[in-house]
Write a new protein. Structure first.
Lengths: 196, 196
């Protein structure tokens, strides 16, 4: 960020008075530009004993399999965004009244929060959108575990198959962190299964 | 948004090729500036049978009572943000290991998502920060229902006192919508209490 979007004045990166964090600030009109995390919203679409996955036609992770998900947009709810992304990426329809919040992931190293909703596919009528090479249903034994695009997809699928054996689907929140050696750690922070 | 933050070129508001939504776009360098919802993160801090509330020292809703909450910042998790806001607004310490995701609210009319964590106060050592006039503990009978700052605070408190009678605290997601007549409607969209 080099120029002010209001007055085209030069931007500096400093801690404004009364704040304790570095911000982009206009040296001409003094406006402070805050930057905040983005939400990525998606679904875990189920049909009988199978899960719908999309093969990515875009970077990052071109050619890897993922759950349908994307950036939440202004003017929509988390669930509306998840349903929209499922339609866009998988050409698939899920029913809003079947959707339950299922997993939430904090990825502070890239300023993202992922939210997945557990839901049922309305029919076998699906087809890849522009961002997908292929869309397919996978049973637990068929999941391409080594070809999944993101850790949040792997963890959501692992939880789902484990929860399905108990027929209980708690809402869980995880934190993901990378060590200095680029080693990923996952922490379960909160689960609705515990009464407290 | 009038000027490009990268090149100071003039910004227009139009639908870019391959998109279906109005975006701010630079007419000189063609960068598209996406705008996305913000997360507001806070806590429901409990001490014995009481809830901690803060009296707002800032607009909007100056002088009204609220749960400690504020904008999630880059580089932190939702829970880290909620704990930070509780320290900043109420001078109060809650223990991360006691915190459970409790309510999530979609407010699409102002592009916000609220997340509250249910937690326990570590001690009676609290005091108002710069954004609070007063911080106090309230039993259910003492809650100033007509003096609460925001609907998300009222709903979270109502759920808490109802859930406490059952000793079960499901994770619930609500959508808030305003009608053309500025009438607020609240919809329970998802609850972890249901097995599905």
């Amino acid at each position: 960020m080099k120029y002010c979007q209001h007055c085209a004045g030069p931007i500096t990166h400093h801690i404004p008075p009364g704040d304790d964090k570095l911000r982009y600030c206009c040296t001409a009109c003094n406006v402070v530009f805050y930057q905040n995390p983005n939400n990525i919203v998606g679904t875990l679409p189920i049909y009988e004993d199978k899960v719908l996955l999309c093969k990515r036609a875009i970077e990052p992770r071109y050619g890897k399999w993922t759950l349908p998900a994307g950036f939440m947009e202004n003017g929509e709810t988390t669930l509306q965004g998840a349903i929209r992304e499922t339609a866009e990426e998988a050409g698939a329809v899920v029913l809003a009244e079947d959707c339950s919040l299922y997993t939430l992931f904090n990825l502070p190293y890239i300023n993202q929060v992922y939210l997945f909703f557990h839901t049922q596919l309305r029919s076998l009528d699906f087809n890849p959108g522009e961002e997908s090479l292929e869309v397919a249903l996978f049973s637990e034994a068929e999941i391409p575990w080594s070809e999944l695009a993101f850790p949040v997809v792997r963890i959501t699928l692992e939880q789902y198959f484990a929860d399905r054996r108990q027929s209980v689907f708690p809402v869980r929140m995880f934190d993901l962190h990378y060590s200095a050696e680029r080693q990923l750690s996952t922490f379960l922070v909160s689960s609705s299964n515990k009464s407290s």
